[in-house]
Design a protein around this ligand. Sequence first.
Ligand code: ATP
Length: 592
Amino acid sequence: MKFKIFAEFCNRIEATTKRLEMIDLIVDLFKVTPVNEIKWLVNLLQGKLHPDYVGLEIGIADKLALRGIERATGISLKKLSSWFVETGDLGLTCEKALRIKTQSSLLSFLGKEEDLELKEVYNGLDKIARASGKKSQDIKLDILAGLLMKASPLEGKYILRIVTGRLRLGVADATILEALALHFLGSRDQRIVLERAYNISSDLGLVAETVASKGLDGLKEFRVHPGIPLRPMLAQRLASPEEILEKMGGKCAVEYKYDGERMQIHKVGDNVSIFSRRLENITFHYPDVVKLTKLHVKADTAIFEAECVAVEPETGELRPFQELMHRRRKYGIQEALREYPVSLMVFECLFVDGEDLTNRSYLERREVLGKVLSEGERTKIVESEIVSSPEEMENFFLRAIEDGCEGLIAKDISEKSIYRAGKREFLWIKLKRSYMSKMIEPVDLVIVGAYYGKGKRKGIYGALLLASYNSEEDVFETVCKCGTGFTDEDLSNLPKILNPFKMESRHARVRAELDADVWFVPSKVIEVIGDEITLSPVHTCAKNSVREDAGLAIRFPRFTGRYRDDKSAEQATTTKEIIEMYNKQLKKIEEK
Ligand code: ATP
């Protein structure tokens, strides 16, 4: 397949403002993609080469990218840099440079000698990503310049965006799954089988290749593999022990909800890999967790889940979640390890020595966990209890808070309590401290737009337009404008954080009736707390679901100071959750 086909489609996807149109475009793209190239195509559409868990990023620095353009076009670095400053976009800079080069060369009369192949670009980018050692900069430069020499201006634009990690078409997993279902399985409803394969493999490229080459039968053969992360199971929320018990049939397990970083730990012999909630490979940052795993796991092959919490070195007491951010540094790992020690609170066991436990019940999994994990000072199985009355749950909740936790997670103990990878259902229900003290709990919202500030905030953003995620329709719906709770430092940092996601107009997956001064590709998630949820004539969250012609809005939203970089836009609070919160709030008012 020619790379120019891919580039032309990217251009069209970028220009569309409707999600269904985006899906149609992707389906059209599948139609012209050979089966053995679909894996690369799906990854490239999301600006990656491999699934996140592989941890191989292309990430060429801007300076090196500019040198690549210089070498391919002969245009001076000074001139290129000035274009880059003007547009803030290396893709556009490269497109302009290649256009000038083509116009001034004989090639414009004769046409290009040979077109770039998708495979050639993919392999080139992969080599760039893998280059390491002393000569790596030279190798990267040679490959990039080589590709650009053969590229058209439009191809150059997208090569540059991919290579610098800024493709950002905003094509989400769910959008691709839907397009795959439509094209290869003939209907949207078949998405469920695709989703399951994706939830246990976390590899969209592989899922695409399998459905393209083997159809439904191939998808059914997907299995859990140690070393390859599963998409994590998530918890629903309810506001009181009574509601939780009712939902769980009068009896359930309750566990401390620790406030740390979720880890999925895979042990294959002596090899330990750690994956974050977003399934990035974070093993490098946690050599101490690798050690603890080897010390305490009495199985050759195993998959566990744990909350990794920061602890006070002397007393072992829990420290705030934010402290763990210091562990994500590139250098000085050993110092960070000493300054910010951690403990592992293990809550799941998904695979042990050849046996996939995900289809076993909670109590069975828990029994296996007790057998294969030997506890130690820094490795514990989470505090848990079986409860059957609101009072028992309330007491457990208070103990959890007193011990420095956020609240509890109730877990279904019936036969149906399997591990549902990638799902947020009522088999797990969280109850947090904040639900009880405030009118509404904090929510994690996606930044989709911004407004320029006035007065003291002149020249920077004064407020953000925030959205919830409508997971059924795979779109983002605005729910409030938020300009409160930001420190001066936050405000001065916002342009730096957000400008890489800036767009000319509203993104196709953002549903908005309000206008914004600036639009963004939905990517960044922040935590916000408000006073209540109200009906709104201008916000699109749950539009027409609760009342005709009205949506829902968060009243008096305040930024809590917590950037949720551990969440992707699709992991933000959903529209459905906001509707549930609204209904609960109504119920409370009625009760009063
Ligand atoms: P939150 O903002 O509440 O952390 P979230 O969307 O990040 O929510 P949820 O699935 O809603 O994630 O809440 C569950 C999270 O709580 C898990 O991802 C995990 O990191 C953490 N956690 C802490 N203790 C436990 C436990 N005992 N069992 C399961 N998850 C736990």
